[in-house]
Design a protein. Structure first.
Length: 326
């Protein structure tokens, strides 16, 4: 691929990312402005009319929504995420400070969840796909299907009861930073990670199983088998890569599900993370905080999907060939 063509491809990707980001952030701007009630009265319930009017001006509620959005976008690009106002009317806390304290915890939990779910679902999906229509496949598929129907908060409550109340092995709530010891840290995130992982494991296992079954029927698999290669070699060296595209797409899309699940799980296990910050911002009508948090989520979503899209050509040469031919 020539340099000019490569630059055009990069330009298209960046252009699409900007469009998605603008649509997502402007959409949340419209939604928060459509919420019923007056945010100034919610944030300053005991404030004077003059104080509430001043707060409306600070929030930009006296401006046209397009002008308001453009002003907010300029502040966001410059790193100004706004203020999380106190209901006492005496200033507030910078949203960037709250994000800096809460985001690392949520990112770690999401990273652990994604890594653990892939480490379990990949070998399990490959095994069930290889043993398609056998007794082991039927039992495993039924168990996975049943697991996918259980909400993550139910899993969290069950884990909390057995691991914290029954055998008293783990603390039921709270988060321990890595700086306080790896052992204590992993114990504090074990239940949240398991609660978020089980549903992902079920979904990813079923997707990979279906793709493996289809890949094993391809001609290149038959050719590899005719050369006398072992089943293990064929399964992992020839079948896994073309079968993993749907799994990678699912992993990218599941980042959104992890963010939504983190809101519930962080509340359940009293983890002061990104999800809990978003919940408190919504409950107290913190417009600037809501918009900044959603904007960061949208950015993370875009970046992660771009990374996964780039891996497509590495995993499956047919994707790279198609791009070069196009």
């Amino acid at each position: 691929m020539s340099t000019a063509r490569r630059l055009r491809e990069i330009g298209k990707v960046v252009g699409k990312a900007i469009i998605v980001f603008v649509l997502a952030t402007f959409g949340i701007t419209v939604l928060v402005r459509l919420l019923p009630g007056d945010p100034a009265e919610t944030l300053l319930p005991f404030g004077s009319p003059e104080q509430q009017d001043q707060l409306r001006q600070e929030l930009g509620l006296d401006r046209n929504i397009v002008i308001y959005y453009l002003n907010w976008l300029w502040d966001f690009v410059r790193g100004d995420f706004g203020v999380f106002y106190n209901t006492s009317g005496e200033g507030g806390t910078e949203v960037s400070t709250l994000i800096a304290n809460s985001l690392p915890r949520s990112l770690l939990i999401m990273l652990y969840t994604m890594v653990f779910s892939l480490l379990v679902s990949i070998p399990l999906g490959m095994l069930l796909g290889y043993k398609s229509d056998t007794k082991a496949d039927k039992i495993g598929s039924n168990l996975v299907f049943a697991l996918s129907s259980v909400p993550n908060f139910v899993v969290g409550l069950v884990l909390m009861y057995y691991l914290s109340v029954s055998i008293e092995w783990l603390e039921p709530v709270g988060y321990t930073p890595i700086a306080d010891g790896l052992g204590a840290h992993f114990k504090s995130v074990l239940m949240p990670v398991l609660a978020l992982s089980l549903g992902l494991i079920a979904t990813q296992t079923r997707l990979l199983r279906a793709d493996v079954i289809g890949t094993l029927k391809e001609d290149f698999i038959t050719m590899a088998s005719s050369k006398g290669l072992s089943n293990k070699w064929i399964l992992w060296r020839h079948a896994f890569r073309p079968s993993s595209l749907t799994l990678m797409t699912s992993a990218a899309l599941n980042m959104g599900a992890l963010i939504g699940g983190a809101v519930v799980i962080e509340s359940l296990f009293a983890i002061d993370g990104f999800g809990l910050l978003l919940t408190s911002s919504l409950n107290s009508r913190q417009y600037l905080a809501i918009q900044s948090i959603v904007a960061l989520i949208a950015l993370g979503y875009i970046v992660f999907n771009a990374i996964v899209d780039g891996f497509y050509a590495v995993v499956d040469p047919r994707v790279r060939s198609g791009r070069e031919a196009g």
